[in-house]
Design a protein around this ligand. Sequence first.
Ligand code: ZN
Length: 394
Amino acid sequence: MRRLSAPYIFTGTSVLKNGIIEIDSKGEILNVINTNGKLKETESLEYFSGVIVPGFVNAHCHLELSHMKGLIKQDTSRGLPGFIDEIISKRNFPDNLQEKIINADSEMKRNGIVAVGDISNTDDSFKIKKESALFYHTFIEVLTINNQTAQSTYEKAVQNLNLLKNFSLNGTIVPHAAYSVPDALYQTIIHNRPESKQIISVHNQETESEDTFIRSKKGALAEVLRRKNFEFADFNFYEKSAIEHTLNKQRPKDNILLIHNTFTGNENISFAENFSNNVYWVFCPLSNLYIENTLPDIKLFFDMGVKTCIGTDSYASNTELSILSELKIIVKHFPDIPFSKLIESACLNGAKALNINRKFGSIEVGKSPGINLIKSFDFTNMNLQESSKVQPLA
Ligand SMILES: [Zn+2]
């Protein structure tokens, strides 16, 4: 048994001053002791300077794009439409993709990430996920350009889901975004949806022209999609925004992870929250800065008390896969969000979204959530600072 302590432990649900965590050799929490700030016993105690938090849950990644580091140059003038243009032409896979995926998986582990919601369009990452120390929920993502290709697109996804199940990995078939799923494909998804509660992930309102496309099939995004031979007659929208279109095709009982939300406003948030209690708002701020040089109004979401999560997105639009780095950029732009709330987002909310909160997300007896030490913490403001670093302890 190990006994860990630090000036502050953020368990994910509470904050303990000089608390003690007792864990077994497999990382299972045996005991969480509130010393009320007074640490008398120091026997067999590992005392760390910094704060202790649970293992991070990365709610949005694309492991299979791990070879794309630096391939798409940061040019925020083109925004998402330009990014889509480039990613389609540059994502053809190199020989050393498996090695790059292994490196990305190890990097996440070093950065204190214990579980990942990962998007797959192919089966390239499955074997590595099977062998990984991290937990993966795989979102098998579908998109296509017209109704004619809907059936074959869906069948390929079912094949991949079966492959995933052969590896005993968790996964669900999910739509990519409001603008990339033609009517027939959405009908097929809905028709074949299992009756049981599902975990769904959809890219949402990542660029301003997404809602423009939904309303008028015009704008910068429409231009790129037209060049990529999207057949607009097969995409029919009856709503004013991408988020309404997406949610009207979902079931309130499913966990719905909405990714990015860069151009999601007050009314959109209320619409979604009225639709379901199971909406999780996932932010990937470094990717948003990389692609659009814009951040969602993250503070607004925290002020409204909705369930927020953190993701790294992929190497196509990020230079690292680190939840801590995502949190640091949030602190830089929104210093008023309390650190305890950031940790709740980065750990427990992600675990709830992926339905793994019995094991992950908070430091509680019986869980094996992973334990991270945050070094170089700013104790004056009780928050992260530029120099903060993460070191997994268990
Ligand atoms: Zn993504």
